[in-house]
Design a protein. Sequence first.
Length: 429
Amino acid sequence: MDVRCPLGTEDILPEQALVWQKVERAARGVFARYGYGEIRTPIFESTRLFVRSIGETTDIVEKEMYTIGEGDDSLTLRPEATAPVVRAYLQHNLHKTKAFQKLYYIGPMFRHERPQAGRKRQFHQIGVEAIGATDPLLDAEVIHLACRFFDEIGLAGYTVRLNAIGTPESRGAYRDLIKAELSAQADALCPDCRRRLDRNVFRALDCKNRGCIAITRKLPRILDHLPQAERDHFDRVCDALRTAGTDFQEDPYLVRGFDYYTGTVFEVTHGGLGSQDALCGGGRYDNLIADLGGPSLGAVGFAMGVERILMALEATAEAAEGPGLDIYLVCLGDAARLAAFGHCTALRQAGLSADTDYEGRSLKAQMRTANKLRARHVVLLGDNELASGVLKLKNMATSEETELPDVHAVIREIRGRGGEGAGGIDLNP
Ligand code: HAM
């Protein structure tokens, strides 16, 4: 029986687990300095909790929850931890004993998404929730805290993007405005955004479709359509971040995939991550505690994805190591060495970085060198290859092999694939 772990999940073996422990230790250390205490909640909760808090028309509730059972008995593997933390806060009457609580959590979350790099079905979050205060300085503290953590683990190259999205009431006028503007151009929107027009028009701002981006980036900014008090709150967050020395970019089109947010929203993105580039997301949710039956209390928090943090660290480490080699020519025998020497010269003259063996070493030793030099391609040259006249170009990332007639075709192929190598952080356990 061939049993593998389910799609979108992964095993973390001991060596890798040591790196996870380092990241978790760093988080616990930073959080303790900022006064956050750990909370652990169950891995599943009543489905109602997530429907009520995240929102019925969100992607998560509509199609990404792992749910078992029906009606009041229905249970769901937690897709996120903000709602469970608020549920625990209320269940244990923390608002009566000490209303202002700074809490953090570390653990697995579950979303039935289409898996891809950086997008898993079981993934891990490290998050904080500061519950019981509406002070904009707390928004700034939480954002600054995320950055402190990234700095502490040596992760460079991240960007903080910040926006304010108002409350369901205060953003009503803006919602009507963008709905009218987008409806007038509905034909040019993607099918998802056409559906969003009626259900959740703000999600259109988050669409990755190029045509939709071109349209939404011409819409008015939400900040210009919020009441003065909410704009003042946002300005104060910005001032406090500047005071803390935390760089950020205002992003007037940043929205988040949950209905509970009010006011400040933010994301931390990283260029080394590809299309799933959010390392961290969060914001203020001043209505959630009351929505779940508690008193009217403000709260703000974030969560970051551990898998993505590790990917970003790896990308940064590769970038710091330098670009690597375009191609390494492995050669076996004198005739092949001469041919490899000729090819290497042609490749270098064409502006590519190439190297080969000058010590007559074994195939295995030459492959080790290719790996050490982080060669993106390898061509093997032996008697058979010379006789056939075909050059087999191996892509080291995918192991895919392409047969090419001569070195000029190899040059064209590598150029066509573009892509410089990527980066100096010790990821060794
Ligand atoms: P979120 O943006 O859905 O926010 O998730 C936070 C982070 O978890 C993302 O930025 C990403 O790094 C990671 N993440 C999310 N989905 C996946 C996935 N399928 N695979 C891998 N990583 C993923 C929340 O969950 C909110 N509860 C954050 C929050 C806390 N807001 C206020 N307090």
